[in-house]
Write a protein that binds this ligand. Structure first.
Ligand code: NAD
Length: 465
């Protein structure tokens, strides 16, 4: 494990192979973490918070080459790198405030004479964190920071595409911030390393963020070992545009929701469900916005659409577009790629049963589906296995609110698109988007601590045999 990279040395460039951590190394790291954790949990909450605040200060004055690293390692354009950096700082600030929240035990009533009871939230011990590449720094900190703040030790397995931003940089940050040795282990590698993290006997809980398919595998392994598991998985999020919406403002929201980070966000707008009366104007405005976006080199500050993460993802996006058009949808704009840069694409006439409607695309593609009335909009929005985010855009807030209340999703936004996330707000999905685990706000304390009950009988109780 390397937690001691000096400033700048964690920037090896995109494509740098990180070593695959072996199962034996994972087990050794878990044992070390379990040894270090009780001392960390015993520290005053203020001491733990101070480490997080120092990490925040380091991130507020990041190494100058960090923006380049975002572009090279993850394909992030400048505004996305800045957005992620801001979100990562938000996670640290929020977690610093959590440190003391689990400390105060609650006195509870006992019905037995002479017995008192109190319950408190205590750390889980060692937490395994497995993350994807699309928001590598922010998603690592979303779990690592609250887990540490609340007194746990952490094993962090970043995605193989982003071993630095999602791993070594996080280790460097906490090392420089004064986190004691043994509490954070960064374990680069792929699925086999992830499985070893889940299986390590000292790991009490796994915080997994990634695809539904991998999440099911993690859940099976963790379930067999009776471990707590929090699953933040894929989405196919509906953006509902009502009849009374301002078509141009709605198209701006929809374009941002589908094209930010080239659509590679779990909460990206996956489907645009638009009332027939505004559909023509909405689709034309959406296409105009798509065509105006500069696509290309993520290191160029003018670029808004950078490359997809790898060739496999590019091939998947191209196949979804081609199959959807072959099934009868119309290609309004885009549909081409240069290198790994896929042009922002608008499809209309998209219906259930077509791949662009049914699947999570994870690319800069905006499928438009027309609905006739609100009942149909709700049925269409809920017609996927996912249930992460949804949004309703309309003129009358009361109507929009009533539609939003009917949607099946862990997060619903009125008057906005679906890319909404703040560290103090609970984040998570239902259905194939997760198992009900949440991050953010009070949910973070629930995720990374557990109840412990202490009762006391004075004088000591006597029993009949
Ligand atoms: P992925 O599932 O392929 O990989 C995610 C992580 O899991 C990586 O670190 C990977 O190495 C690891 N992994 C893969 N198989 C594993 C296994 N069997 N056991 C243990 N670990 C394993 O996901 P991806 O394609 O890299 O990321 C994109 C997906 O993540 C999308 O579906 C997206 O919606 C989802 N995502 C969800 C959220 C959320 O908060 N809900 C956030 C970001 C991304």
């Amino acid at each position: 494990m390397n937690t001691s990279a000096p400033s700048g040395a964690f920037l090896p460039g995109a494509g740098t192979e990180a070593p695959e951590t072996t199962e034996a190394e994972v087990r050794a790291a878990a044992a070390e973490a379990a040894t270090a954790q009780p001392g960390w949990a015993a520290r005053a909450p203020g001491e733990r918070a101070a480490v997080l605040r120092r990490a925040l200060a380091l991130l507020a004055a990041p190494p100058p080459d960090l923006t380049d690293l975002f572009a090279r390692e993850s394909g992030a354009v400048r505004p996305k790198a800045e957005m992620e950096l801001g979100a990562a700082m938000g996670e640290l600030a929020f977690a610093a405030g959590l440190a003391g929240q689990a400390a105060a035990p609650a006195a509870l009533d006992s019905t037995v004479e002479g017995r008192t009871a109190r319950a408190e939230r205590v750390p889980l011990g060692v937490v395994g964190v497995i993350t994807p590449w699309n928001m590598p720094l922010m998603l690592a900190l979303r779990s690592v920071a609250p887990a540490l703040a609340l007194g746990n030790a952490v094993l962090l397995k970043p995605d193989p595409h982003t071993p630095v931003l999602g791993g070594r940089f996080v280790a460097w940050l906490f090392r420089r911030a004064g986190l004691p040795d043994g509490l954070l282990h960064v374990l680069p590698g792929g699925a086999a390393t992830g499985t070893a993290v889940v299986e390590a006997p000292q790991v009490a809980m796994v915080s997994f963020t990634g695809s539904t398919e991998a999440g099911r595998s993690v859940a099976r392994t963790a379930g067999g070992l009776l471990k707590k598991v929090s699953l933040e998985l894929g989405g196919n999020n509906a953006f509902v545009v009502l009849a009374d919406a301002d078509a141009d403002a709605a198209a701006s929201a929809g374009a941002f929701g589908s094209f930010v980070h080239s659509g590679q966000l779990c909460i990206a707008v996956g489907r645009h469900l638009v009332h027939r009366s505004v559909a023509e104007r909405y689709t034309a405005a959406l296409a105009k916005k798509a065509e105006a976006l500069t696509a290309g080199d993520p290191a160029d500050p003018a670029t808004r659409i950078g490359p997809l993460i790898d060739e496999r993802q590019l091939a998947k996006v191209r196949a979804i577009v081609a199959d959807t058009v072959a099934a009868g949808a119309r290609l309004v704009c885009g549909g081409t790629a240069e290198g790994r840069v896929h042009r922002p694409t608008v499809l209309d006439g998209v219906r259930p049963g077509m791949r662009a409607f049914d699947e999570e695309i994870f690319g800069p593609v905006a499928p438009v589906t027309v609905f006739e009335d609100v009942d149909e909009a709700v049925a269409l929005a809920d017609a996927t296995e996912y249930g992460l985010a949804a949004a309703v855009y309309g003129g009358d807030p009361e109507t929009a609110r009533s539609v939003a209340a009917r949607l099946r999703a862990g997060m619903v936004h009125v008057g906005d698109q679906t890319v909404v996330s703040e560290p103090q707000l609970p984040f998570g999905g239902v259905g194939s988007s997760g198992n009900g685990g949440r991050f953010g706000g009070p949910a973070a304390v629930e995720a990374f601590t557990q109840w412990r009950l202490t009762t006391e009988s004075t004088p000591p109780r006597r029993h009949p045999f």
